[in-house]
Design a protein around this ligand. Sequence first.
Ligand SMILES: CSCC[C@H](NC=O)C(=O)N[C@@H](C)C(=O)N[C@@H](CO)C(=O)O
Length: 711
Amino acid sequence: LLGAQAVPRSATGAAAVAPLPKGPRAMVLGDWYRVVNVSSPAVSPDGKRVAMTVTRAVESENRRHSEVWVVNTAGGEPQRWTAPSTESSTPRWSPDGKYLFFASTRAGGRGNTWAIRLDMPSGEAVQVPEYPTGSMPTDGSFAVFTDAAVPAPQVPSADPFNTMPAMARPPFDAITRPAAAARFDGRHVVDMNYKNNGTGFVPGRRVPRTWRPQQLFRQSVGDTSKKQITSTAYSHRGAVVSPDGKWVAFIADARLRSDSVADLERDSLARLPYDKVRDEAERNDADIYVIDANGGTPRKVIDWMGAESALTWSPDGKSLAFIGRPVRTKSARIYTVSVAGGAPRNLLGDWQYEPSDMDWLSTGAIQFTADIGGRSALLRADLTGKTAPKELVGGRRQLRGASYDAAGKIVAYTATSMTKPTELFVANADGTGERQLTSFNKDVNADVVWSDADRFTYKSVGNMEIEGWLMKPYGYEAGKKYPMVIYIHGGPHSAYGEGWFDEFQNLAAQGMFVLFTNPRGSSGYGADFTYSTRGRWGMEDYDDLMKAVDIVAARPDVDSTRMGATGGSYGGFMTTWMATKTTRFKAIQTDRTITDWTYWYGASDAQGLTEFEFYGKPWDNQALYDTLSPIRYVNKVKTPMLIVQSEEDHRTPMGSAEIWFMSLKKQGVPVELVRYPRSNHDLSRTGEPWLLVDRLGRLRQWFSHWLIGKN
Ligand SMILES: CSCC[C@H](NC=O)C(=O)N[C@@H](C)C(=O)N[C@@H](CO)C(=O)O
């Protein structure tokens, strides 16, 4: 992963790790490596234990490491259940209590599903091919899952280009060929989706285009044979078996058209110029069906406009619940419908917020988690849909990954708040009796004084209410003035909130206020709020941000002559936009930035974003793409800027940063460009630990230099 000469190493080969001072004290960069993350909780069927993924940084080796840990719901020390020498994550218990399955890439097996035996513990992880993965009925006797029934077409082994690097081989539809296979190691591209932010460059197809519809299969526990129960030209998605094992519900094309017809129609529609009537019309791409669990002819349960997901059976097998979104710009709702058919019932009415996930418990209750602005909560829906959902577990924090026992009595989830990194919690399913089960971050929490933030709301343009937070600098003393940096999140459909966040703590530790808000366009406040910026990026959303700056700048403890701004992706666009519109900031940092929307459209892997947000492709709406591009106004920039960009960022590629850097250089505006190798759009979240921490260090240095006058 890393060039051996590129990094300082000790005689043993591992990089030296400096000891950190004892606290209480401000966060130093080295503390980043100490923070442990807990995710994917899974409650055992009997409710006695919770398994979870525990992820730490291994500083000396510049990598992250994940293990599966288990803790008793009654309390006690959590225990590591998987080997420290391999990566293991996302545990799940078998319904019969015999296995704890988990994902692992360990050698010597097939696929990445491994298990620990609970009835006869052996210390070694095993693979259990006779135990199927998929949706199971209540008795756990078999599983239903989807898979392609036909193998992927193979390139003939005699193909003369097989010895070339995958990206260099001539794709199937290509007209040109290498002069000599051994002498070309470039990239030959004929398809649109040839690069992807996560996976990098994607080799072209070398066989004719074929479709492999996802079929339903079933496999009994104790048997390795898989029975195919459908054979169709359309795909089955989100398949779930009824509690009595007799039926399978699934989501498929609304007219059961073959995958090829649906894809080709989508492709040809995508080539047409933007058309308000056609492109804004409600669509019905998918519907819900049921089929006998042994096969047969499916029956459509409902004809419902919009997109259905998270299909779930009621415990009595008479109804189905799903999360449905009528159109992209309308909020997702939870619906129930009789398996016999009829009109679905909207359980959330016009409640402002949107469900993230959903469980129909064996007690009959439907529970879900939802973002409520910057916090998140566990809620119970009113099955009649007449009253708003009831909040069971909430407060100023973020909850994720609710998991229940078979009886629906116990719920486990992870939670984080502004000054507390993630830990595991358990409560009764009705939200009472909450207990914290892990304290993985006890030591770092004892050493570091994490800064807290005050929440506030304010009215912005059009009387829209905006939520924001102001984090106090480390060592805050009343009567003193401090610099302030505003953080702007990306998306724009994402949100900041009530969780511990390394970036905010990093700057607060340097003695700065950190301001963060969720301007219009953010997620977590309902679809009307999320899509209110469509075609208007940089307009009212900019006002929302600057109004927060006004409010904070008026405080006696904020030095309005020492303010900075930073943000990534859409937030990177917004920081360069700000630089063209105001000189109120003494320094700006722009991260994974976008400065020219037409360039971005051609270079990014996510054109769908602006095709929707800017009402068409650049040539459909060139004036909008141009007017919203900061590069058009770069001659107005006076503010010193630090540009951080990843070499392998296919979401917001390097060109935007390069032109911004060159434009500021040519105008004599102080600017630095830091380019991170082996990194993609997610450097600041999942990047190599040393590079991620290096970036945090540079943000500290940049703002300390310009706002505090020290480095
Ligand atoms: C239909 S494409 C969706 C693209 C996605 N938008 C999400 O809201 C996205 O990647 N947008 C980037 C321009 C962006 O701002 N990304 C954010 C959120 O992931 C970031 O912080 O990197």
